[in-house]
Design a protein around this ligand. Structure first.
Ligand code: SF4
Length: 282
């Protein structure tokens, strides 16, 4: 640990916390064992997505701990907005830990089937859900976890599930073997720092071309909206939720403004657009 670097120190502490959760998940449950969904703030004010979201509370997100649930994490881990979010708001961190612990407990008790059931139960506990954002924080940390979401999407065809991921190896391992659900829209998160360093360059980028061949789209994380002028901007998550080729659609690749608390330049993209996405993952 670098004692002079508050970011790496924080990440180390967070890793230790996750190791603790894996060893004794029961002690991290907030109350019962049920998974908990959060209101997706893009819908909090009645925002709409392709006309499908007309009233608030129809869109929720499911969040787990960032960093160590992100096997494809690259340099993004140094400035993960969701990690800071959890440190800033103890209730957010508690919910992330609860959900991660609950997933582990359910998997140990009954495998993918029990995890699938627990996610569906959480969604059905809300009255009217049309869209589920998978992970404002965290990522597909194992194959069984992604398989559970595939099952959920198949069993809930009237709900749209979407998110961003850098777990490219897991996505490919699953998606290359099955008929991917049309209502499970996962965008491949890629981007660079202003210095040219791979920011979102994850550990499994070699799977990107294979996933593109399968019909997944790239989401380019940009520092300024002048980057990739040919690409549409992810206004109000419209692009993120649009079906990709693997979903039976024809969405183009798109761009989104970077979201991190540690790099002042990151706000440029948002200021360019005079709006804050806020729900961007990775
Ligand atoms: S930016 Fe995304 S992939 Fe990176 S650590 Fe945070 S949640 Fe994980």
């Amino acid at each position: 640990m670098d004692n002079n670097n508050p970011i790496s120190n924080g990440i180390e502490r967070f890793k230790n916390t996750l190791a603790e959760i894996s060893l004794n998940p029961e002690s991290f449950l907030a109350d019962d064992n049920g998974l908990k969904l959060s209101n997706n703030h893009k819908c909090r004010n009645g925002h709409y997505m392709h006309g499908r979201i007309e009233r608030k509370n129809q869109c929720v997100s499911f969040d787990i701990c960032p960093l160590n649930t992100c096997p494809g994490m690259g340099a993004c881990g140094r400035g993960c907005y969701d990690y800071v979010h959890g440190r800033t708001y103890p209730n957010v961190k508690k919910l992330q830990e609860h959900n991660f612990a609950s997933l582990l407990i359910n998997y140990r008790a009954g495998g993918v089937q029990k995890v699938t059931e627990s996610i569906i139960r959480a969604i059905k506990s809300k009255k009217v859900i049309k869209v589920v954002r998978i992970h404002a924080g965290g990522d597909f940390f194992t194959k069984w976890y992604l398989e559970a979401w595939v099952n959920v999407a198949r069993l809930m065809p009237d709900v749209t599930f979407y998110g961003y991921s850098k777990s490219f190896h897991i996505l490919y391992a699953v998606a290359s073997k099955i008929n991917w659900p049309s209502n499970l829209i996962i965008n491949l998160s890629v981007g660079v720092t202003p210095e040219g360093e791979l920011w979102h360059g994850g550990l499994y980028d070699e799977f990107i071309p294979k996933l593109q061949d399968l019909g997944f789209n790239l989401c380019h994380v940009v520092w300024g909206l002048d980057e990739y002028p040919e690409l549409p901007y992810n206004d109000e998550e419209r692009m993120a939720i649009t079906p990709s080729k693997i979903n039976g659609g024809n969405k183009p690749d798109f761009k989104i403004g970077i979201h991190s608390y540690f790099y002042p330049a990151m706000s440029k993209a948002h200021h360019d657009a005079e709006k804050l996405d806020g729900v961007h993952h990775c």
